[in-house]
Design a protein around this ligand. Structure first.
Ligand code: ADP
Ligand code: MG
Ligand code: ZN
Length: 498
């Protein structure tokens, strides 16, 4: 059985998928959650280079809460329309693992930072509201690397990540398809990035997912037994793992068996889930209030200040771009996927004198994106400013150059940093609109291609395009397409009259 094909269609008909997501997002603070150690890129930094007695879990040390981490958490909570609790409590979650030197993780349990939020997502079946149960602060663990050395297996511990602030965002089991999960996870990622609290860089592991998955007979309102799939660190892995689980559970029920409540891992090479352990319960962790950190009070006026400084959220921005600039939804969505790109677009649109904002959207999502993709450059680092692109678009609009020439001009602008006008005059690319000149070229092409003209007159109408191309190339690609078309039609009509 695999996660696709007939099995999937089968469960869709008889069963409903029920999925809840737990998202761990690192908060992009300068320093760690409870000490002054810098947060470093754990994929490139020297192991254990950013560690102190506090985050190494030495006895007798005392944690001091990072105010910025709380602020970032509140930002996310507000974006998700949560109630921020006036008082929240840090708790010790006790378990043993080599990447957790203290033997417990400082987290929040009974009174989290925030509760009862929602995220609106767009799916092929319209808008859906996914409720957010809670968002709580905690610290990340270290990282283990398993290697084989001198014939023996060993594990290396790197504590650079230990104590990095995390926000865990827990949804209600409100998602019913892989598509909804994808929309929720990407929507959440977009919000975190827009808020500047997380880079969204999945390869760096700054966002990790755990999916809780169950199925139930279609129409039932009771929850089925769930499994929890741990450590999904890409969208792709998450989607595959969920699809696989849904199919596996459906086939169990189909055969009269039951789903057992377990914690699973995702086996990427073999594309299947495997049992890590039977499900742990909250009491296994012996949560109790952290004695070294007083209750966290988040005052209303601080929340108000944070709210005032909130940037426009991605979905609002997408809506606004559609309305304000008359963009189609797809373009608006692409342009708002990154705030730098949206800013580039808006700066360009503001500088336009004649051309439409829609044309700016087309050129940015077309030519400019192609350039970004092929060079790997960031939009903030290219040599064409939004104003400079606007100038180019205005020249096109005024008929100064045609679309094709404009692509050449833009490529040159990107390479040299010159303005559109500079490139056009230096390379002699200005569009030819001189009717007399173009008319002569048309005449010349028709006379030198008598055979084609004869077939055209005999009814092979498509040759008109061919003639167009011939004249355009005789003009070095610079003829105004509109003038050329008009002249060509005129002369072909004359020829037809004989
Ligand atoms: P824990 O994983 O710590 O036991 P919870 O019981 O609060 O925590 O549930 C965690 C996640 O599992 C939440 O996202 C919740 O929506 C989801 N969930 C709970 N029950 C089910 C279920 N029967 N099917 C799918 N998801 C579920
Ligand atoms: Mg869980
Ligand atoms: Zn430290």
């Amino acid at each position: 059985m695999d996660g696709t094909g007939c099995d999937k269609i089968h469960y869709i008909m008889q069963y409903e998928a029920v999925i809840g997501l737990e998202v761990h997002a690192e908060l992009a603070t300068q320093t760690k959650m409870f000490c002054g150690c810098r947060v470093v890129d754990t994929t490139t930094s020297r192991p254990n280079s950013s560690v102190c007695p506090v985050c190494a879990g030495m006895p007798g040390t005392l944690p001091v809460l990072n105010r910025r981490a709380v602020e970032y958490g509140v930002r996310v909570a507000l974006a998700l329309e949560c109630e921020v609790n006036h008082t929240s409590i840090f708790a010790r979650k006790n378990y043993f693992y080599p990447d957790l030197p203290k033997g417990y993780q400082i987290s929040q349990y009974e009174q989290p930072l925030a509760e009862n939020g929602r995220l609106v997502i767009d799916t092929s079946e319209g808008e859906r509201v996914i409720r957010v149960r809670r968002a709580h602060l905690e610290e990340d663990t270290g990282k283990l690397t398993h290697i084989t050395d001198d014939g023996g297996d060993c594990s290396l511990v790197d504590l650079n990540r230990a104590g990095v602030p995390l926000l865990e965002i827990v949804s209600e089991p409100d998602m019913h398809s892989v598509e909804e999960v994808r929309a929720y996870a990407t929507g959440l990622r977009a919000i975190l990035r827009a808020l500047g609290v997380n880079s969204g860089n999945m390869e760096k592991g700054v966002m990790r997912f755990e999916a809780n998955v169950s199925i139930r007979p279609a129409g039932s309102d009771q929850l089925g037994t769930r499994v929890e799939i741990k450590n999904l660190n890409s969208f792709r892995a998450m989607e595959r793992a969920i699809a696989y689980e849904l199919a596996r559970q459906a086939s169990l029920l189909e055969n009269g068996e039951t789903v057992s409540q377990e914690t699973l891992g995702w086996d990427e090479p073999n594309q299947r889930t495997y049992v890590q352990r039977s499900k742990e319960e909250a009491h296994d962790y012996r949560y109790f209030p952290e004695p070294d950190i007083p209750p966290l009070a988040v005052e209303a006026d601080w929340i108000a200040q944070i709210r005032q400084r909130m940037p426009e959220l991605p979905r609002d921005k997408t809506r606004r771009l559609q309305q304000q600039y008359g963009l189609i939804p797809a373009d608006a969505a692409i342009l708002t996927s990154e705030s730098d790109i949206a800013a580039y677009f808006e700066d360009c649109a503001a500088a336009l004198k004649q051309a439409s904002a829609r044309s700016a959207a087309n050129w940015i999502t077309g030519e400019l994106f192609a350039h970004l993709n092929s060079t790997g450059a960031e939009i903030t680092h290219i040599r064409v400013s939004p104003q400079s692109l606007a100038e180019l678009l205005d020249i096109i609009e005024a008929g100064g150059i045609n679309q094709n020439t404009a692509k050449t001009v833009l490529a040159e602008m990107l390479a040299s940093g010159s303005s559109a006008q500079q490139v056009i005059s230096e390379k002699g690319l200005a569009q030819v609109t001189d009717t007399g000149f173009i008319s002569d070229l048309v005449k010349e092409v028709l006379t030198t291609n008598q055979k084609e003209l004869a077939s055209y007159l005999a009814g092979k109408e498509t040759l008109a395009n061919w003639f167009f191309g011939q004249v355009m190339s005789a003009a070095g690609g610079k003829a105004s397409p509109a003038v050329l078309k008009e002249e060509l039609e005129k002369q072909l009509t004359e020829a037809r009259r004989g």
